[in-house]
Write a protein that binds this ligand. Structure first.
Ligand SMILES: [Zn+2]
Length: 169
């Protein structure tokens, strides 16, 4: 018998929960360690880069860039460590959800060899379905990481703040 309550929203919730369950979260949580584990699972390196903030354009404050050999996460230099982790979790969520990087390369990325770049997903808004699900998953990861962090005396408050920042956005 089919439930009348199932639909796209419920499917999405189930999918996010399943991705979260498959995730081997570091305990205590460290964003670099999470990247290492996701990288191992994907069988390709993930590199974290910072780039200078440029004013005037509607530029993403974070991006996921995929080449033939590796994934690159780019974050703005000027952001706080907390904001940086938020962006990184968001971009990792795109990878975990199997989203496709898009060609929205701005001039901030010109220092990377353009011929190596097969796609980039800019984080400019949450308008699209993919943006919303990536942001939701980033929040779920932060929440679970905070729950796991109980054994560590310094991590939980950091993660609570991260989680609060994620809830605000
Ligand atoms: Zn995004």
């Amino acid at each position: 018998m089919k439930s009348g309550r199932s639909g796209p929203a419920q499917d999405q919730e189930i999918r996010l929960a399943s991705v979260l369950d498959d995730l081997d979260l570091p305990d205590p949580f460290k964003i670099e360690e999470l990247l290492a584990r996701v990288s191992k699972k994907r069988g390709r390196p993930i590199h974290l880069h910072t780039f200078p903030a440029i004013t005037g354009d509607e530029l993403p404050c974070g991006a996921w860039l995929a080449t033939d050999k590796a994934d690159h996460i780019l974050v703005e230099d000027a952001t706080s460590p907390l904001h940086r982790d938020h962006i990184v979790l968001h971009e990792v969520s795109h990878m975990l959800l199997g989203h496709t990087p898009r060609q929205t390369l701005g001039r901030a990325f010109h220092h990377l060899a353009p011929d190596l770049v097969t796609g980039v997903l800019g984080r400019t808004s949450y308008e699209t379905e993919e943006e919303r699900s990536a942001e939701t998953l980033a929040g779920l990861i932060a929440t679970r990481a905070a729950q796991r962090g109980n054994g560590d005396r310094t991590t939980p408050s950091t993660l609570r703040r991260l989680n609060a920042a994620l809830s605000d956005s």
